[in-house]
Every structure is written in structure tokens, then in C-alpha cells.
Design a protein around this ligand. Structure first.
Ligand code: NAD
Length: 299
């Protein structure tokens, strides 16, 4: 599908795509478990169980259990300081039953993000936050991708949206969502403009785009009036408004102009979690291969 006809936009549902991915992961996990005599393992470093993100992390754990991945919370012993968190991460780096490590975000203000991401073994960094993986993506090599950015582009690919040669606008320049999504779109041969909070005349930039990826965390930022007729819209935003989950795009007006659009909830979100599982199985397979090479004396 290229840029399609405007009108009532096609809803791009993430759920069915995520289900497809999860069933492929379940097969890979079963093969890995038979071959290596243990299930692939994920550790989620938890800094406070009462943080709002705990609900999301519990969802990841449940998703892992369904496909046979051994996933658990790794608590911090005592007070959560930079030293205690990085020590816990290093213990997990050394643990052969742990193939992937993710850390609960956001961190408390007393703990530097840089210290935490530097501590993660890049081979276990399944959410692509370590500088090595960020660098690999920047250079166009295969590393671990941040799962949300991966989902924003994978949802386009798996829905048959043509990316090559299209003009894309990414709104948001964060290290975990906006920038990696932009690099991935460039890798897919789109021509990409990155917009952010200091961008002047955002509507003008958005109106030129065939593909609009919105990751700003601002409900209602993008409306139908700003879109090129027939554009494809990926809404990454997650906002709670009056107790309701909404994205960054005004779905009602945008669906009148776009040719396809991802809803919130039910679009990028389900795909993010499913793709994280594919990253984990890849990490497990790579580490198992490295361990075999080491035993066989391959240097
Ligand atoms: P962030 O706050 O780190 O970055 C927001 C970006 O948006 C910044 O680069 C900022 O410059 C830009 N921005 C803010 N206001 C803007 C404006 N008025 N015009 C243009 N640009 C503007 O947030 P993040 O971590 O990148 O997350 C972005 C959104 O994605 C949030 O809503 C977050 O909840 C959501 N998110 C979704 C998932 C998922 O699985 N769907 C996962 C992670 C984050």
C-alpha cells in the first residue's frame, strides 16, 4: 500500500500482528528450551513496586510466561541507589540463566540514567538502550532496537505500507522512541524529517508527509487538518486523559483525512511487547552460540 485514498481511514490494529509474532516466538522458545535444557530468561530490574510502570512490567512478565520464557522481577536489595542498581545489573550480566535485562523507568532523580545504561551488558540489552546498540542502529548495523521504535516501523511493514521513497515525519526526538524510529525509517529508504518541541510551523512539516509517526506525549497534538490527504499515521503516544488512554493524534478528525491510522490503545502498544520477546529469544540464541564457541575453543 502506498499513500492511499483519504476518507474513513483503515484502522491498523496491533493485536493480530502481535499474536502472529507471539506464536512464532513460542515455537522458537520451545526449540531453544529443548536444545539447551533451559528456557530463555528475562530479568526486569525493579526499583519500586508501587511505581505506575509496574503494571506495564507485569504485563511483560505475563506475556513471557505465555510463550514459555522464564521472566522475573529482580529486586534491589536495600535502598535503591545508583550503586545498588548498577551492582544488581552486573550480577544479572554474570547470570547464565538470564539472557535479557530491562530496567524499570523512569529512574528516581538520584540515579543517573547514563550510569544505569552503561552497566547493562549490550548482549543482554534487549530494549536497545545501551550506547553500543544505539550506535549500531545509527550505523545501520544489526543490534538490539528500542522495542517501541521497532514497533512503530514494524507495524507499517507488516500492514503492507510502502516506506521506500516516501516522505516521513517523526514527531519526537527522544533517544528511546523518536530518534530510533527516524533512523529505522531512513534504513527503510524513507526521507525523514524529525520534529520536536522547538520545531517552527509543525503543521507545515506534517502536511508534507506521506507517513507521520507521532511520539510526543501530547494528546491531540496532531489533527486531521494538519495531515496530507491519504497519509498513514502511526500514533505512539500514550496519555491518560480523564481516566481514558489516548494517543497524540485526534483520532476522529485524523481518520477523516488519513488512509490508515493506528489506534490508541490497541495499535503500537501490543506490538511493542511482542517484539521485545523476539529480541529476548535472539539474545538467548546468540549467547548460547557464544557459550558453545567458547567451550569449543573458538576465539
Ligand atoms: P519524551 O518526553 O522523552 O519525548 C517527547 C518528544 O516529543 C521530545 O523530543 C519533544 O521535543 C517532543 N515534543 C514535545 N512536545 C512537542 C510539540 N508540541 N511539538 C513537537 N514535538 C514535541 O517521550 P518518549 O519517551 O519519547 O515517549 C513519547 C510518547 O510515546 C509518550 O506519550 C510515551 O508515553 C509514549 N510511549 C509509548 C510506548 C508504546 O509502547 N506505545 C512506549 C514508550 C513510550
Amino acid at each position: 500500500m502506498t499513500v492511499g485514498a483519504p476518507g474513513q481511514a483503515r484502522r491498523i490494529e496491533g493485536g493480530p500482528i502481535a499474536a502472529e509474532i507471539r506464536s512464532a516466538v513460542a515455537e522458537d522458545v520451545a526449540t531453544f528450551t529443548t536444545t539447551h535444557g533451559r528456557a530463555p530468561g528475562l530479568a526486569v530490574v525493579i526499583i519500586g513496586r508501587d511505581a505506575p510502570s509496574t503494571v506495564y512490567l507485569e504485563q511483560i512478565l505475563r506475556g513471557c510466561a505465555k510463550v514459555g520464557i522464564e521472566a522475573r522481577f529482580a529486586e534491589i536489595d536495600g535502598e535503591a541507589t545508583e550503586a545498588s542498581v548498577t551492582t544488581r545489573i552486573r550480577e544479572l550480566n554474570e547470570d547464565d540463566t538470564v539472557d535479557g535485562v530491562i530496567v524499570q523507568m523512569p529512574l528516581p532523580p538520584t540515579i543517573r540514567l547514563r550510569a544505569v545504561i552503561d552497566a547493562i551488558d549490550p548482549a543482554k540489552d534487549i530494549d536497545g538502550i545501551h550506547p553500543l546498540n544505539a550506535g549500531l542502529l545509527r550505523l545501520g548495523y544489526d543490534g538490539f532496537l528500542p522495542a517501541t521504535a521497532h514497533a512503530a516501523v514494524e507495524i507499517l511493514r507488516r500492514s503492507g505500507v510502502e516506506i521506500e521513497g516516501r516522505d516521513a515525519v517523526v514527531i519526537g526526538r527522544s533517544a528511546v522512541v523518536g530518534m530510533p524510529a527516524a533512523f529505522l525509517l531512513v534504513k527503510e529508504d524513507a526521507t525523514v524529517t524529525v520534529c520536536h518541541s522547538r520545531t517552527t510551523d509543525l503543521p507545515d512539516k506534517v502536511r508534507r508527509a506521506d507517513i507521520v509517526v507521532v511520539a510526543a506525549g501530547k494528546p491531540g497534538l496532531i489533527t486531521g487538518a494538519m495531515l496530507k490527504p491519504g497519509a498513514v499515521v502511526v500514533d505512539v503516544g500514550i496519555n491518560l486523559v480523564d481516566g481514558k488512554l489516548v494517543g497524540d493524534v485526534d483520532f476522529e478528525s485524523a481518520s477523516q483525512v488519513a488512509s490508515a491510522i493506528t489506534p490508541v490503545p490497541g495499535g503500537v502498544g501490543p506490538l511493542t511487547n511482542a517484539l521485545l520477546l523476539t529480541h529476548l529469544i535472539r539474545a538467548a540464541e546468540r549467547q548460547a552460540a557464544t557459550a558453545t564457541d567458547t567451550r569449543a575453543g573458538v576465539r
